[in-house]
Design a binder for this molecule. Structure first.
Ligand code: PGA
Length: 256
């Protein structure tokens, strides 16, 4: 099996108040009517806008993700948000290990592992992000770094269903820089990740896992990237903040 249902997820990062969230979701729903037919569409607003996003989606095709979670379910952890809280409010997915969290907030392979565990325990689908920095790519360490992030992030966790597990390959040098990995570079990385997943978790698991590409995806490069055999969609930052661009990426990338 190699026809996996594509996923396009918008990572809004620290953008959009509740009013802005409502307006953007309504625009996406009004302008992009059949987007959910061949593709899973997810948006990840900031925590304070999640409730409003879920209301605005109103049972439509868009699913809502959180951008992070803490690995404990409750306790004295000032400022943290837990899996049960995210689940209760109505999220289906949670982004884990985004490079901005690794870079600015001390996220490590170990914390990523605990967070993936917390997501699975709480029936949330993790969107597990990994990818090399420019220095690592230039030092020819891309594959070694990806392998470390993948194997340490997953560790010995049992993931019951590959359909409820998503990997996002995001080369750090391509995030928010306008420099996209070429389709060849991205496909090479995705094929490597799928091969490693097969070694680690078996062929069937690897073949079912959706691996998204992230890093300066735009409507005009989405098709070439998402046509690659091992690229199953995109994790979109900047371009997910404009309804036309986000819809354009879904349309171009999935050929709707
Ligand atoms: P970008 O961000 O599309 O703005 O490069 C992608 C991401 O960080 O997920």
């Amino acid at each position: 099996m190699n026809k996996r249902k594509p996923i396009v997820a918008g990572n809004w990062k620290m953008h959009n108040t509740t009013v802005e969230t409502h307006n953007l979701i309504k625009q996406i729903i009004t302008k992009g009517k059949n987007l959910g037919e061949n593709c899973e569409v997810i948006i990840a607003p900031p925590f304070t806008s999640i409730a409003c996003a879920i209301e605005a989606v109103g049972g439509n095709y868009i699913q809502v993700a959180a951008q992070d979670l803490f690995w404990e379910d409750k306790g004295a952890f000032t400022g943290q948000i837990s899996g049960p809280m995210i689940k209760e409010i109505g999220c289906s997915h949670v982004i884990i290990g985004h490079s901005e969290r690794r870079q600015y907030f001390g996220e490590t392979d170990e914390s990523v592992n605990k967070k993936i565990d917390a997501a699975i325990r709480n029936n949330l689908i993790p969107i597990f992000c990994l990818g090399e920095t420019l220095a690592e790519r230039e030092a020819d360490r891309t594959f070694e770094v990806m392998k470390r992030q993948l194997t340490m992030g997953l560790g010995s966790l049992v993931i019951p269903n590959a359909l409820n597990f998503i990997v996002a390959y995001e080369p750090v040098w391509a995030i928010g820089t306008g420099k996209t990995a070429s389709p060849e570079q991205a496909q090479e990385a995705h094929a490597f990740l799928r091969k490693e997943l097969a070694v680690f978790r078996g062929e069937d698991f690897a073949n079912k896992t959706r691996i998204l590409y992230g890093g300066s995806v735009k409507p005009d490069n989405a098709k070439d990237l998402m046509e690659c055999a091992d690229i199953d969609g995109g994790l979109i930052g900047g371009a997910s903040l404009k309804a036309e661009d986000f819809i354009g990426i879904i349309e171009q990338g999935t050929g709707i």
